[in-house]
Write a protein that binds this ligand. Structure first.
Ligand code: OAD
Length: 261
């Protein structure tokens, strides 16, 4: 079904308003309008920092001081960021009883800051630092204030408890996300290029278990023509408030979205 942006938005709002079990999967794109650069693309983090040198566990083990150059810049950006209308929209959907959980690949804490209560942090959280020599853990803010790179009492350089390439997904997050994917009836996929496994497998799992997949992204992704039922083409902070407005007062004339199939 093809349709105007408004038609597609209305269709998505109807699906959400039906009150099935909706889960959101978010990526860096949802936080772009909070001033946090995404990873891929011309303005992305990986243009400035080669992931092979800065974002693999091997890189951290070889040269943690160098990796902390990136981490410290990243933490400064995260500290200055606030949730945008898309984060607030998801929190609002949860309060309305229309969203069960958010699975996020982001490590910026902006879903929680916006009021979302059930957030599955698929790629971990920088709130804690962990010692990969003796497995001691520390609150991040405190240790970082002591100096960069932060060190464990044993002398080793600490690693934020986020997932580097080559590391497994935190066990609980993987379990919870898979359970949500298998049991949801709608998956809202927002702001991810769907290029990094295993997160990019979540939409396919949801689809195989019968969920409808709604994608919000200004660009097409590998999911768009294969897994996605409804692609709303636009920025998340523009689309989410329109969807909520449409749910609250149907057909009042929201602006926006292209459906496949
Ligand atoms: P990417 O940077 O790969 O993709 C961001 C996506 O957001 C792209 O598809 C953009 O088109 C889209 N986008 C941009 N602006 C948007 C907006 N205003 N609203 C909605 N969408 C927008 O980021 P992720 O897919 O999150 O992992 O990347 C996945 C993982 O790769 C990250 O968690 C990180 C990275 O390497 C690790 O470091 C392990």
């Amino acid at each position: 079904m093809a349709g105007s942006r408004n038609d597609l938005q209305r269709a998505a709002a109807e699906v959400l308003a039906a009150g099935g079990k909706t889960v959101a999967l978010t990526g860096a794109g949802i936080s772009v309008e909070s001033g946090i650069p995404a990873f891929r693309g011309s303005q992305g983090m990986w243009e400035k920092f080669d992931p092979a040198e800065y974002a693999t566990i091997g890189a951290f083990l070889r040269n943690p001081e160098k990796v902390w150059e990136m981490l410290s810049e990243m933490m400064d950006v995260l500290l200055g960021a606030a949730p945008n209308a898309a984060h607030r929209g998801l929190a609002e959907l949860e309060r309305m009883g229309l969203l069960r959980s958010v699975i996020t690949q982001n490590v910026d804490g902006l879903h929680q800051a916006a009021g979302s209560r059930r957030v599955i942090e698929f790629h971990g959280s920088p709130e804690a630092l962990v010692c990969i020599a003796c497995w001691n853990r520390y609150p991040s803010a405190e240790k970082v204030r002591e100096g960069i790179p932060p060190r464990c009492g044993c002398g080793a350089i600490l690693k934020p408890d986020i997932v580097f390439f080559g590391e497994p997904i935190p066990w609980g997050a993987q379990e919870d996300a898979e359970a949500e994917a298998r049991s949801c009836s709608v998956l809202l996929v927002i702001g991810t290029s769907a290029q990094v496994a295993p997160a990019c497998e979540i939409p396919r799992q949801a689809k195989e278990h019968g969920a409808r997949v709604i994608e919000i992204n200004p660009e097409e992704t590998p999911l768009t023509r294969t897994v996605t039922d409804l692609h709303i083409q636009g920025g998340a902070s523009e689309i989410l408030p329109c969807l909520i407005q449409e749910i609250l007062s149907p057909h009042s004339g929201s602006q926006s979205p292209s459906e496949n199939h």
